[in-house]
Design a protein around this ligand. Structure first.
Ligand SMILES: Cc1cc2nc3c(=O)[nH]c(=O)nc-3n(C[C@H](O)[C@H](O)[C@H](O)COP(=O)(O)OP(=O)(O)OC[C@H]3O[C@@H](n4cnc5c(N)ncnc54)[C@H](O)[C@@H]3O)c2cc1C
Length: 43
């Protein structure tokens, strides 16, 4: 079973962390949890 990454917060830091995690390990299963309506909007 592959590794799972859960990131809380989808504004700026969350998607950046997800992208870097994907670069480090393309096989990761990555889930971003955002309480708001939009993601990747902050910077
Ligand atoms: C007044 C002001 C003006 C700024 N202007 C600029 C600018 O012009 N250009 C620029 O590049 N930067 C600007 N910044 C800085 C930029 O907004 C921050 O550096 C950036 O938003 C930080 O991103 P972050 O992902 O670390 O945190 P945040 O932006 O705080 O995002 C955190 C996210 O996590 C979510 N979250 C929190 N708790 C939970 C939970 N329990 N479950 C699910 N989701 C959750 C929130 O909804 C939010 O979307 C400004 C900041 C401020 C305060």
């Amino acid at each position: 079973m592959g590794k799972n990454v859960v990131i809380v917060g989808g504004a700026a830091g969350g998607p950046s962390a997800a992208a870097e995690a994907r670069r480090q390990d393309p096989s990761l299963s990555i889930r971003i949890i955002e309480q708001g309506e939009h993601v990747s909007f902050a910077a």
